[in-house]
Structure formats: structure tokens, C-alpha cells
Design a binder for this molecule. Structure first.
Ligand code: CAA
Length: 252
């Protein structure tokens, strides 16, 4: 995309931007006038070429950048490029993985990879941008957690611990940036129609969907809508919150 075309657009980075929820967030932001950078894992570089072409065919212009969000140095390299080209107004920490197993079977590398990708990434990525955002006096950070971080989930000690940690990170950073024009908020999706939820065994998935008060599985667009709301300039009095978008499946 030509730089002149994007010069006055607010710039947004969406980590895990080419996955189910990430793609919907990128589409929503691009349609709302953002210059969107979709981060993806280096292993997906080849797949992402056709993803980007498909987005383009749908009228969505998105820049793509590879970095493993669980790796600090990789995030630093990605951020150097973004900061050289105009920095960020909005960071959406969305990248996440599941490696489900009951604790008695959970392998150390599956504990660590989920903690590093789903929680460590918030440090690795936000650390690169927060000083510039507060110096600019404007910015938004939106961290994607999960209903399973709020209530726990059988088979997900790793995922639930990381996702619960996400909101602790949000509340602490929100205090550091409050009064400097930068808000930091969490969104906790419920069960959203993505490949991740398809990993739940069929019978369990059907039971979960039947238990959702709004009587449908969530759509990625439901999460994208919440991101756009929190990113809006007029949302500047909302910081440190955990916004559930879960069809009523967990209320507290
Ligand atoms: N509640 C209570 N008991 C359960 C259970 C549950 N939800 N799920 C399984 N069990 C029981 C089984 O009935 C079985 O009992 P018995 O031993 O008495 O027969 C026992 O647990 C099986 O234990 P194992 O350690 O042998 O487990 P397993 O190897 O069969 O796998 C599992 C269990 C990994 C939890 C598997 O059932 C699974 O993947 N479940 C889905 C977990 C889940 O919901 N993940 C969410 C993914 S989506 C997501 O994370 C997105 C988001 O943010 C919402």
C-alpha cells in the first residue's frame, strides 16, 4: 500500500491478525479507516500471502508483518519497523494458542508455550510501543483474554492462568498510562466460531453452545465490534475494564 494513502490514517497493529478473531478485527478496523498491520507467526509467512490477496479481493487493505509474539527480540525487530513508519495509535494483543490437557498430562512445553504466547506476548509487544504512545499523549491498547480466564476451564490450567493474567496486566498498565491519553482494556470473548473452538470435542462443544443464554455461538465480528468501540477516540474515559463479550455464558 502506498505510504501517501495512509499518511493521516490512525495506525493499528493486531497480533495474530490473520486468525479467526484477528481477521475480523483487521477487517473492521480497515473499514473504519485505520491503516492496519496484521502480525502473524513466521511459520505462516507463505499462507499469509494468499490470505492478504483474499482480503484485498474483498476490498480490505492490510499490511502484514511476521514476528513470534512469544519472542522478545522478534517483537523488537517488528516494532522497529512499525515505529520507523509512524508508530501506532492502537495495539490489539490478540495472538493466542491452546494446548489443552488435564494437569496430570500437561507437558512442560505445553504449559510454557501457552504462558509465553498468551501472556508473555503482552509484555513483549506492548513494551515496544507504550513509551511512544504516552509521549504522543494518545493511544489505545486492547488485550484479548477469554471467559476461561474469568471462570477457569477443565483441561485448560495453562490457558486459564495465562488469560487471567492478561487482565492483571491490563489493570496495572492502565494505571501507568492513565492521564497520558492512553487507555488499556481487556475484552473477554466467550465461545466464538473459530478454529480454536473447533478443537473442543463435538459433544462438549454442543453442550457449551446449548448453555449460552443468547442461544448462539459468538461470531468474530462480535469481538471486532467491541475492539472498535474501545479504540474509538470518544472511549477515552474507559480504562482498566474487562469487557465480556460472551452471549451471557458467564456473568459476574
Ligand atoms: N468437566 C468434568 N469432567 C470432565 C470434563 C469437564 N469439562 N471433560 C472431561 N472430563 C472428564 C472425563 O469425563 C473423564 O472422566 P473419567 O476419567 O472419570 O472417565 C476425564 O475427565 C478424562 O480426563 P483425561 O485427563 O483423561 O482427559 P482427556 O485426555 O480425555 O482430555 C480434555 C480432556 C483435554 C479436557 C478434553 O476433554 C478437551 O480438550 N476438552 C476441551 C477443553 C476446552 O473446553 N477447551 C476450550 C477451547 S476453546 C478456547 O479456549 C477459546 C476460548 O477462549 C473460549
Amino acid at each position: 500500500m502506498a505510504e501517501t494513502k495512509t499518511l493521516n490514517m490512525p495506525r493499528a497493529l493486531v497480533t495474530g491478525g490473520t486468525g479467526g478473531i484477528g481477521e475480523a478485527i483487521c477487517s473492521k478496523l480497515a473499514r473504519s479507516g485505520y491503516h492496519v498491520i496484521a502480525n502473524h507467526h513466521p511459520a505462516d509467512t507463505e499462507k499469509v500471502v494468499s490470505w492478504q490477496e483474499q482480503m484485498c479481493a474483498n476490498g480490505i487493505s492490510v499490511e502484514t508483518l511476521s514476528a513470534d509474539v512469544s519472542d522478545y527480540n522478534d517483537c523488537q525487530t517488528m516494532a522497529q519497523r512499525i515505529n520507523q513508519e509512524g508508530g501506532l495509535y492502537l495495539l490489539v494483543n490478540n495472538a493466542g494458542i491452546v494446548r489443552d490437557a488435564t494437569l496430570k498430562k500437561l507437558e512442560p512445553h505445553h504449559w510454557q508455550s501457552v504462558i509465553d504466547t498468551n501472556l508473555g506476548s503482552l509484555y513483549n509487544v506492548s513494551r515496544q510501543f507504550v513509551a511512544a504512545m504516552t509521549e504522543a499523549g494518545t493511544g489505545r491498547i486492547v488485550n484479548i483474554s477469554s471467559v476461561n480466564g474469568q471462570r477457569g476451564q477443565f483441561g485448560q490450567t495453562n490457558y486459564s492462568a495465562a488469560k487471567a493474567g492478561v487482565h492483571g496486566f491490563t489493570m496495572a498498565l492502565a494505571q501507568e498510562t492513565a492521564g497520558k491519553g492512553v487507555t488499556v482494556n481487556t475484552i473477554s470473548p466467550g465461545f466464538i466460531d473459530t478454529d480454536m473452538v473447533k478443537t473442543i470435542p463435538d459433544a462438549q462443544r454442543e453442550a457449551i453452545i446449548a448453555s449460552i443464554p443468547i442461544q448462539r455461538i459468538g461470531q468474530p465480528a462480535d469481538i471486532a465490534h467491541a475492539v472498535a468501540f474501545l479504540a474509538d477516540a470518544a472511549s477515552d474515559y474507559i480504562t482498566g475494564i474487562n469487557l465480556p463479550v460472551n452471549g451471557g455464558v458467564f456473568m459476574h
